[in-house]
Design a protein. Structure first.
Length: 102
């Protein structure tokens, strides 16, 4: 994965977003069914599942719902983690806002 392409999300967020999509597909749910079960709109589910530089970040409530709906463990949802908790894997890249001349 080239980080600049995914500059809004940390690598762990990208991995979880991919897993969310795969869990929905493996369960056989359409976007509409998946959105209904999560209590979000179809557009919000698209934003949750997208790994591009737009979309939304994941929150704890959503992850808890996913765990219950898809009957998966957090390990299944999050995947393998590096041992070093200071790793860039856990860091959300920050974009510079405003003018560079300040």
């Amino acid at each position: 994965m080239k980080l600049p392409q995914y500059s809004k999300f940390s690598p762990i967020t990208v991995a979880v977003k991919k897993n969310v999509r795969q869990l929905r597909l493996d369960a056989g749910y359409s976007m509409n069914e998946g959105a209904r079960m999560l209590g979000v709109s179809r557009k919000q589910l698209e934003d949750i599942e997208t790994i591009r530089n737009y979309g939304c970040h994941l929150d704890l409530e959503l992850i808890a719902k996913l765990k219950v709906i898809y009957k998966c463990s957090l390990d299944d949802l999050i995947g393998e983690l590096p041992e070093d908790y200071y790793s860039d894997y856990f860091v959300r890249p920050r974009k510079r806002l405003g003018s560079k001349s300040r």
